[in-house]
Design a protein around this ligand. Structure first.
Ligand SMILES: [Zn+2]
Length: 337
């Protein structure tokens, strides 16, 4: 890791970021999840979703925005970081996907930086055109506000929640000496994209390729397709990034990269076997959900995700696994894992 004590001290004096919680204590204490190589900084304003700032030699970009309830704090963090760098402009925002915990703060960011241009996948653009998506986003944003900051009188809005420029697989956006390349990585949603920052070689992955929760467990939030999630993982792996930044987590140690991909694949197949076993025992979906929740829900998770959201996601995951059991099983046999 490129951890540099002095540098970290400077980072934390400029920006206020949420305290660490036990869910994220996966690696040794000397591993700093947000000690990015290059001009890359965490500007997250609160629990629930990350916002990462990239100060390219000519243009400044944001990867995801975080949740709406803490949008103003995130904006404050961006402004302080920019001014420490002698800048005042945010030029572009890259969206990993259309979920409220990743893009809820976009309206606040647009208000503070009206010239910022927003990039995302074609599917993400389409989803954000739907009024239903906006009302869901508003409702979930409101729930998160009540959970994480109940004293706040902030009004959750979805104004400006849209994509200005559609990115296709492999497209790149220059930031000066640096480039952000977009890669479609479906599985968590159909609108998911991962972004590779070059030349730093940092891959900001989407949730389609998992989130680390312990040295032994990678969460596999493939709400749409495990088969696609696994294909997305192979695509990310083939890019051979030097650094992997996971959503909701940050950087994993470089020497853990290959093990991470292996763990994700193994966990996808382990979940499929677990569901196959429950199915073989004749369990219905409700009983499966209760079992799944007993196995995977932890109190530490409550800090990052409301239990209702966990249950909704788990229901999707079980449904997808039941649908894809045969395909996953034959893939596993074919590849000999
Ligand atoms: Zn999501």
């Amino acid at each position: 890791m490129t951890t540099d004590g002095k540098n970290n001290e400077k980072r934390s004096s400029v920006v206020s970021v949420p305290d660490d919680i036990s869910l994220f204590q996966v690696f040794d204490e000397d591993h700093d999840r947000f000690a990015f190589p290059g001009p890359v900084y965490r500007v997250t304003g609160g629990h629930g979703g990350e916002a990462i700032l990239i100060a390219g030699s000519q243009r400044t970009a944001l990867i995801d925005c975080g949740m709406a309830y803490c949008g103003e704090t995130t904006v404050g963090n961006i402004i302080r970081r920019l001014s420490a760098l002698g800048r005042d402009r945010l030029d572009c925002v890259f969206l990993s996907h259309s979920h409220y915990d990743h893009i809820g703060a976009l309206p606040d960011i647009r208000k503070a930086f009206p010239k910022a241009e927003v990039y995302g996948s074609a599917h993400c653009a389409k989803i954000l055109e739907r009024p239903g998506a906006h009302s869901l986003m508003k409702e979930l944003g409101q729930n998160a506000l009540e959970l994480y900051d109940p004293a706040s009188d902030k009004e959750i809005t979805t104004e400006g929640l849209k994509v200005d420029h559609v990115l296709s697989d492999g497209d790149s956006v220059p930031l000066g000496n640096e480039t952000v390349r977009a890669f479609e990585t479906k599985g968590h949603t159909d609108c998911s994209m991962s972004y590779l920052l070059e030349p730093e070689s940092i891959l900001f992955t989407s949730e389609s390729t998992g989130i680390i929760e312990s040295r032994e467990y990678v969460h596999t939030p493939c709400l749409k397709s495990f088969v696609q999630g696994l294909a997305s993982m192979e695509k990310c792996r083939s890019l051979n990034p030097k650094h992997i930044c996971l959503p909701h987590f940050g950087l994993i140690p470089q020497d853990f990269n290959q093990r991470y991909w292996d763990m994700f694949r193994a966990e996808c197949h382990a979940k499929a076997s677990y569901v196959a076993e429950m199915k073989a025992r004749g369990m219905g979906e409700e009983e499966m959900l209760a079992n799944y929740t007993d196995k995977y829900w932890t109190e530490a998770k409550a800090m990052e995700q409301p239990k209702e959201a966990f249950l909704i996601n788990s229901r999707h995951i079980l449904g997808v696994l039941l649908k894809e059991l045969d395909e996953l099983n034959s893939q596993e046999k074919r590849n000999g894992f």
